[in-house]
Ligand binder design. Structure first.
Ligand SMILES: Nc1ncnc2c1ncn2[C@@H]1O[C@H](COP(=O)(O)OP(=O)(O)OP(=O)(O)O)[C@@H](O)[C@H]1O
Ligand SMILES: [Mg+2]
Length: 339
């Protein structure tokens, strides 16, 4: 059924989905190589879930076409469904049953024998670090444990392609790290993963390639390094301290920003919390001059680093607004709709 020679797990060409007069997905092209982790990165309302839903045959595209391992999502939905797993769709499992029981039920529904289903359940719970909690009823599971059980359930059939829609949103950092490990393991054992995320560092950490999507369109595509280098070679970060244990002075920040402008010839952006300055930098050699200037000006410096630009900065450079901007305007729109 699936040709191992088919190098593309996903090929989407000009996908469109329109809700009323909202072009939620407005001509999306994607190529996801088999055996890779592909990240679709974008803020609230960018069209990530809508795109995945079309690829997973849950929504019918209004335009364009898409294939999963060569099978058209509109013409061959049954074949496509056998090749994919989508997480999040198992949210309504029985709350009073244990994790093991839930997984066994899914296994049975998928046609496994009782013994096979049990073996699979035990194996998956172990793989997802849920063995301890195996006998607990689901209603006593934390959000992170549920998320992992969801993922485990979607893997009973071991699909070659797994869609993960914001797999770590709302998880604490430790659980997030475990989820990342799990995702890497899935790919190491032969699956392809297409995940959506609003977290720039998540895409950076996990994905082999990333599509940045904004307002229903792919605005940039490439490896994390390619996307980062598209905004410049490096980024200077300075953190200013307070004087005599006090708060950071606005005047110190201004003085530092002026020094950066004068010495490096670039404009520094202050961070929202007001103690950091970030500036694009072409010439790392000049940093020494900057440090001397800052000392002469008596600026209390706590931290200084030169690094590759973050994906946040990439997003800003590509779209002209930062990711949070749009989330805010989406929230404002929602408020208007509700009012
Ligand atoms: N069933 C629907 N009916 C009408 N509009 C919809 C529907 N689903 C999504 N939309 C709209 O389509 C746009 C894209 O939504 P989508 O859920 O795909 O975004 P997203 O990138 O997944 O966002 P989030 O990060 O918040 O999950 C939004 O403007 C949303 O309001
Ligand atoms: Mg979504």
């Amino acid at each position: 059924m699936t040709s191992p020679l088919n190098e593309w797990a996903v090929e989407a060409d000009g996908l469109v989905k329109v809700f009323g007069d909202n072009r939620a997905v407005d001509g999306v092209d994607l190529r996801v190589a088999a055996g890779s982790i592909y990240g679709v990165l974008g803020p609230n309302g960018a069209g990530k879930t809508t795109t995945i839903s079309m690829l997973a045959t849950l929504l019918r595209p209004d335009g364009g076409s898409a294939r999963v391992f060569g099978h058209d999502v509109v013409r061959e939905p049954q074949v496509v469904r056998q090749l994919i797993g989508v997480t999040g769709q198992y949210a309504s499992v029985d709350e009073t049953l244990s994790a093991t029981e839930n997984l066994i039920i899914f296994g049975r529904l998928l046609g496994l024998s009782r013994l096979e289903a049990r073996a699979k359940a035990v194996d998956l719970l172990e793989r997802f670090g849920l063995t301890e909690a195996a006998k607990r009823p689901l209603k006593k599971f934390s959000g992170g444990m549920r998320r992992r059980l969801d993922l485990a359930a979607s893997l009973i059939a071991q699909p070659p392609l797994i869609f993960l829609d914001e797999p770590t949103t709302g998880l604490d950092p430790r659980t997030r790290g475990q989820m990342w490990d799990t995702i890497r393991e899935l790919v190491a054992t032969g699956s392809t993963v297409l995940l959506t995320t609003q977290y720039l560092d998540e895409a950076d950490q996990l994905a082999d390639r990333i599509a940045v999507i904004d307002r229903g369109r792919v605005v940039a595509e490439g490896t994390p390094d390619e996307l980062k280098s598209s905004v410049g070679t490096s980024s200077l970060q300075l953190r200013i301290g307070g004087r005599d244990g006090g708060a950071v002075l606005g005047s110190d920040l201004e003085t530092a920003a002026r020094a950066i402008q004068r010495v490096l010839g670039v404009t520094a952006a202050p961070s929202p919390e007001g103690s950091r300055l970030t500036a694009p930098m072409a010439d790392a050699d000049r940093v020494a001059d900057l440090l001397i200037t800052l000392r002469e000006e008596g600026i209390p410096l706590v931290e200084m680093s030169v690094q590759k630009p973050t994906l946040d900065e990439v997003f800003l450079a590509i779209t002209g607004h930062d990711a949070a901007d749009q989330a805010e305007s989406a929230a404002a729109e929602l408020q208007e709709v509700r009012a």
